[in-house]
Design a protein around this ligand. Sequence first.
Ligand SMILES: Nc1ccn([C@@H]2O[C@H](COP(=O)(O)O)[C@@H](O)[C@H]2O)c(=O)n1
Ligand code: CDI
Length: 161
Amino acid sequence: MKIKVGFGFDVHQLKDNHPFIVGGVKLDHHRGAFGHSDADVLAHAICDALLGAANLGDIGHHFKNTDERWRGISSLILLQKCVQLIGEKGYSVGNIDAMLCLEAPKIKPYIDEMRKNIAEAIGGDIEDISIKATTGETMGYVGREEGVVAYAVCLIQKQQA
Ligand SMILES: Nc1ccn([C@@H]2O[C@H](COP(=O)(O)O)[C@@H](O)[C@H]2O)c(=O)n1
Ligand SMILES: C[C@@]1(CO)OP(=O)(O)OP(=O)(O)OC[C@H]1O
């Protein structure tokens, strides 16, 4: 078995009266993430972790933010496409561990739905998807609610030829 590790990071600007989609869940909040797609920071960090593990570049390389096909798209679809891309190199997803940095809202009540959405998108087991969160303790752009950040690591695996 060949096992590889990947790391992903993403940040999106927060704006008033904007939808806030994280892990495919629409959060109930007065501010939301701005981007070309649905700006799902968690899905994007996971995409980058998967692509990085397979040495396939990053999300912007595969899904350009000037391409009208991706405008407003659910990032769970982009995640499915990343799983297809690593699949073409013979890899499947082992596990994912992610960290969200956002001041508000509290995401604890949404975490299981996010894990389910991510697991469905990658065609994996919810037990292999971990999502955690921390605030910025009122400091920096996270603390001022100017932005939202996500980090993700993953393992991917394939049988040795
Ligand atoms: N947006 C968030 C941020 C944090 N949590 C949960 O609260 C705990 C305490 O947060 P700290 O920033 O003080 O570390 C943290 O362990 C998370 O479980 C959250 O649900 N949503
Ligand atoms: C996902 C893409 C493509 O719609 O756009 P955004 O939603 O702006 O997100 P970003 O994290 O900048 O990643 C890459 C993009 O090309």
